[in-house]
Design a binder for this molecule. Structure first.
Ligand code: ATP
Length: 361
């Protein structure tokens, strides 16, 4: 877990109660967001939750139905303002990179500059080529580049005019998996080095958690929770956020004077984060993820449940165990602990950190 404090830098981008309707459909429904100088905030959420629409409104490609958007000191949408995209101090990196195939790498990067043929432009392009690790590629045609190299050119082009805010729309989705992991580290390094303020959009939670300074989990057109990655992962404020991050299950528990009683045993009350005395006698649902749980094959009579699925993830196995009450828990195991679907197992909570929980519904 990281520092849970609010970031303190100057607000560079601000969305206040932004709404976007398409006919009877509400794509964005009162979204608030403040992005501070130098940070990368990722909008993370399921398909259709309004991430792309939000990004397009910031860029000026869509007009909000209501609410206000400010970039730097300037209101660009709402309050009577409607600044066109090209007059907003905002850069956009598209999924498909949108490079010009008939131009060289250097010409593509220079394209966004006011005076692309000037000496200052040449210097800026050289600086950006270095920044993105393509120092020797300026004269190449972009058609001769790999996917990762094209992505770097697209990033350099968007950074060239030094926008106040850089927007990244699913920037890694067109790259294969291994390149995607490398490129997201690389892009984060470049953004940090250039001190850029950025907003990215993804539905890939691992990507959001690994590169963002803060993650904004979007649900149904609003930000449901925003915080640093450790905070939203370990202390999700709602069941929706909990379910969206990691492979979450909810383990029903009854709180007693002495501890918590679950169908996989009794545990200390300290296991639940911030559980007050007021909850004695009530039912809660404990957020458990695969690394919090272990299964042990046992005789039928001693079992808590049965393995219903074995999921191979490469470095580990995740066993899906169905308890007698119907709850399905996922348990993380290494390769030496291998057992079969159908085996009766006992489940143990092995979490070494306090768990989040929600009042039972
Ligand atoms: P994805 O991850 O699938 O790209 P998203 O979170 O980016 O999803 P949006 O593209 O912002 O979601 O769409 C939000 C909602 O608004 C969806 O229900 C979508 O169908 C609707 N929507 C988006 N654009 C339009 C449009 N031009 N006309 C009508 N409805 C739209």
């Amino acid at each position: 877990g990281g520092d849970a404090g609010e970031p303190t830098g100057e607000a560079v981008l601000e969305l206040e109660d932004v709404v976007k309707r398409y006919g009877s459909e509400t794509a964005v429904s009162g979204l608030d967001l403040t992005v501070r100088e130098g940070e990368l905030v990722t909008l993370l959420g399921p398909s259709g939750c309004g991430k792309t629409t939000t990004l397009r409104m910031i860029a000026g490609l869509e007009t909000p139905s209501d609410g206000k958007i400010s970039v730097g000191d300037e209101v660009v949408a709402g309050d009577g303002a409607a600044t066109p995209p090209e007059e907003r101090d905002v850069g956009l990196v598209f999924q498909e990179f949108a490079l010009f195939p008939h131009l060289t790498v250097a010409e593509n990067i220079a394209f966004g500059l006011d005076d692309p043929n000037s000496e200052t432009a040449d210097e800026r392009v050289a600086e950006l080529l270095d920044l993105v690790g393509l120092g020797d590629y300026g004269d190449r045609s972009v058609t001769e580049l790999s996917g990762g190299q094209r992505q770097r050119v697209a990033l350099a082009r968007s950074l060239a005019p030094e926008p106040e805010v850089l927007l990244l729309d699913e920037p890694f989705s067109n790259l294969d998996v291994s390149l995607r992991v490398r490129m997201r580290e690389e892009v984060k390094r470049i953004l940090d080095e250039a001190g850029v303020t950025a907003v990215s959009v993804t539905h890939d939670q691992e990507e959001a958690l690994s590169i963002s300074d803060r993650v904004a989990v979007v649900n149904d057109g609003t930000v449901e929770q925003i915080g640093d990655p450790g905070e939203v992962f370990e202390h999700p404020t709602s069941r929706f956020v909990a379910s969206f991050l990691g492979q979450a299950s909810f383990l029903p528990a009854r709180v007693s004077e002495s501890g918590i009683e679950t169908s996989v045993g009794s545990y200390d009350r300290d296991l639940l984060k911030g559980l007050g005395d007021g909850y004695v006698g009530s039912h809660v649902d404990v957020l458990v993820r695969p690394d919090d749980l272990r299964a042990t094959p046992v005789a039928e009579g001693d079992a808590d449940g049965e393995v219903i699925r074995r999921q191979y993830t490469g470095p580990s196995f995740v066993y899906h165990v169905k308890l007698d009450d119907g709850t399905v828990l996922r348990c993380l195991h290494n390769h030496t602990e291998e057992f079969e679907v159908g085996e009766p197992v006992a489940v143990t909570l092995v979490a070494d950190h306090a768990l989040a929980w929600y009042p039972a519904e």
